[in-house]
Design a protein around this ligand. Structure first.
Ligand SMILES: [Zn+2]
Length: 97
């Protein structure tokens, strides 16, 4: 397997993942479900932003951190938070102004 991530790229990727994880953890310490949804969305975003040539390696790194490519986010109904399923008015996730 050819290596396209330089050591610098790999370090930047690891930083991005760690930032995404701590961001996902902030504001939802009470909900593992919420954390999982947020962190999986963040992992998917990192993968989507990776250049095509680095996609496979990026995915491998993400998988080693717990990324589930098949993760299905909760499907919210109208007026419900897409992350928690709680009504927007009461949801503590911080995404509702
Ligand atoms: Zn919410």
């Amino acid at each position: 397997m050819s290596q396209t991530l330089s050591p610098f790229d790999l370090l930047a990727l690891q930083n991005r993942i760690e930032n995404a994880e701590s961001e996902a953890a902030s504001g939802c310490g009470l909900s593992d479900v919420l954390y999982e949804a947020r962190v999986q969305a963040a992992y998917a975003g990192i993968l989507a932003a990776a250049p095509a040539a680095q996609r496979a390696e990026t995915e491998a790194v993400l998988l080693s951190r717990g990324f589930h490519p098949e993760f299905e986010p909760y499907e919210a109904g109208p007026g419900e938070c897409s992350l928690t399923g709680i009504e927007d008015d009461c949801c503590p996730c911080g995404q509702h102004p």
